[in-house]
Design a protein around this ligand. Structure first.
Ligand SMILES: NC(=O)C1=CN([C@@H]2O[C@H](COP(=O)(O)OP(=O)(O)OC[C@H]3O[C@@H](n4cnc5c(N)ncnc54)[C@H](OP(=O)(O)O)[C@@H]3O)[C@@H](O)[C@H]2O)C=CC1
Ligand SMILES: N[C@@H](CC=O)C(=O)O
Length: 352
C-alpha cells in the first residue's frame, strides 16, 4: 500500500520529514516495505498545493527554497492551489494528515480542530504539535478509536527519541511511579552555551532559533510552557493518570544569569530545567522548574539540545533514556516512526 500524506504546516519539522521521505525513499521501500506519496501541503504563509496523483517532494522543497511560496510549483493539470488547512484535511485523497503547524500553548487550536476533522473524515493523524495531546488527549483518543483511525504523536515529547513509545511498549507491566527529566531542547541548549561559552542568554536563544529548536514563539520554551505540555502528555499517556496543564507548577529559565551559572559551578553544580511527575495515590504531582543539580547527577551531563528522561519503575528500577530533544531531521524522524507503525499495523491486520 502506498500511503497518501497531506502536510498541515510546512516549517522546520514538516520539511525535515519531507527530506527524509525524499532521501530514504528506496531504503524504506526495501527495508520496511514502506511507501508514501505526498499529495498535499497546506501552510499558512508558504501557500498550499494539492495534486491527487502526488507531488514531487524535491520540486516542492526547491520551489519553496527559491521562491518562498509553494504555489509556484509547476502548474500541471489537476494541481489545486490555495486550500486552507481544514479544506485540505476534508477534501484531499490523503489517508494520513501530518499535523506540524505551530503549538498554541493556550488553546491548542486550530490543531485540535485539525485532528477532529481528520478523524471524522476517516483519516489518520501523525503530529508533533503538542497542543492537542496536552489539552484534549482523552477526547481525541476516543474520537480516533470511534472512527477506527490511528493517532501518532511520538514527537511531542523529546523529538524522535522514543520517550513515549519506549515506556508504553517495552516497559509495559511496570508501574511507572515517577518521571524526572530534561524535556526542552532550547533551554538546555541555552544553559549549556551560557555555561560553556559564557555567552548571554539572548545570543544563545538566537542560536537555538536559527538551529530550528525553538518554538515559533520562544516564550513557550524559556518560560517552561513547552516542558509543561510534555509532562502533561507523559502523565496522561505513560502514567495513565489525568493531569491538566493548570495543575503543573511552572517556572522557566529567564531569571538565570551568567552569575548564577558561575556560582553553581563553584558549588560543583549545574543549572537544568527539570520536569518532574510523581504518582501520589490516584493523582500525579508535577512541576517544571530550574534546579541546580549535582555534577554527579546523570542529568548534569546532558548537554545542548539533547534531552533525557528517567522512568522509576516497580519491576526494573530506574530506566533512563537520552537523545535528541529537538531538531529538523530528529523530529522529522518521529513522524516517520509513527507512519511506519501505521504501515506495520495495517500489514498485520491484512495477514490476520
Ligand atoms: N522544531 C522542533 O525541534 C520540534 C517541534 N515540535 C512541534 O512541531 C510543530 C512544528 O514545529 P516547527 O516545524 O519547528 O515550527 P515552524 O514554526 O517552523 O513551522 C510551523 C509551520 O506551521 C505553519 N502554520 C501555522 N499555523 C498554520 C495553520 N493554521 N495551517 C497551516 N499551517 C500553519 C506555519 O506557517 P507560517 O510560518 O508560514 O506562517 C509554519 O510554516 C510545532 O507544533 C512544534 O511545537 C515538536 C518537537 C520538536
Ligand atoms: N521547542 C522545543 C521543540 C521540541 O519539542 C524544544 O526546544 O524542546
Amino acid at each position: 500500500m502506498v500511503h497518501k500524506l497531506a502536510f498541515i504546516g510546512f516549517g522546520v519539522v514538516g520539511q525535515g520529514l519531507a527530506e527524509i521521505l525524499r532521501d530514504k525513499k528506496e531504503a524504506l521501500k526495501k527495508g520496511e516495505e514502506f511507501e508514501a506519496e505526498v499529495v498535499a501541503i497546506s501552510d499558512l504563509m508558504k501557500g498550499s498545493i494539492y495534486h491527487p496523483n502526488g507531488l514531487d517532494i524535491d520540486t516542492a522543497l526547491n520551489v519553496l527554497k527559491e521562491t518562498g511560496n509553494l504555489e509556484n510549483y509547476p502548474h500541471t493539470p489537476g494541481l489545486v492551489t490555495g486550500w486552507d488547512s481544514l479544506t485540505t484535511i476534508r477534501k484531499t485523497n490523503a489517508d494520513t494528515i501530518i499535523e506540524v503547524s505551530f503549538t498554541d500553548v493556550k488553546t491548542g487550536q486550530p490543531a485540535i480542530d485539525h485532528c477532529k476533522t481528520a478523524f471524522e473524515t476517516g483519516k489518520n493523524v501523525v503530529m508533533t504539535n503538542k497542543g492537542p495531546v496536552a489539552l484534549a488527549y482523552r477526547e481525541l483518543a476516543e474520537l480516533a478509536d470511534k472512527h477506527g483511525v490511528h493517532w501518532g504523536f511520538e514527537g511531542t515529547v523529546m523529538s524522535g527519541t522514543p520517550a513515549l513509545r519506549m515506556p508504553v511498549a517495552t516497559l509495559a507491566g511496570n508501574d511507572i511511579t515517577e518521571i524526572r527529566g530534561i524535556l526542552n531542547g532550547t533551554t538546555n541548549y541555552i544553559l549549556t552555551k551560557m555555561e560553556t561559552e559564557g555567552i548571554l542568554y539572548e545570543e544563545a536563544l538566537k542560536q537555538a532559533q536559527k538551529l530550528g529548536y525553538a518554538e515559533a514563539d520562544p516564550t513557550s520554551d524559556v518560560e517552561g510552557y513547552d516542558a509543561r505540555y510534555k509532562i502533561v502528555i507523559l502523565a496522561n499517556y505513560v502514567m495513565k493518570i489525568p493531569l491538566t496543564v493548570e495543575e503543573v507548577f511552572c517556572k522557566g529559565i529567564t531569571d538565570i544569569t551568567l552569575q548564577d551559572i558561575e556560582e553553581a559551578k563553584r558549588e560543583g553544580k549545574r543549572w537544568k530545567l527539570l520536569a518532574k511527575a510523581r504518582k501520589e495515590g490516584d493523582k500525579v504531582i508535577a512541576s517544571i522548574a530550574p534546579e541546580k543539580v549535582d555534577l554527579a547527577d546523570s542529568l548534569a551531563s546532558v548537554h545542548g539540545a539533547i534531552n533525557a528522561i528517567t522512568y522509576e519503575t516497580d519491576l526494573l528500577g530506574p530506566v533512563t533514556l537520552s537523545g535528541a530533544g529537538a531538531g529538523k531531521v530528529e523530529t522529522g524522524f518521529s513522524l516517520l516512526i509513527d507512519l511506519i507503525t501505521i504501515s506495520r499495523e495495517k500489514k498485520a491486520v491484512k495477514l490476520s
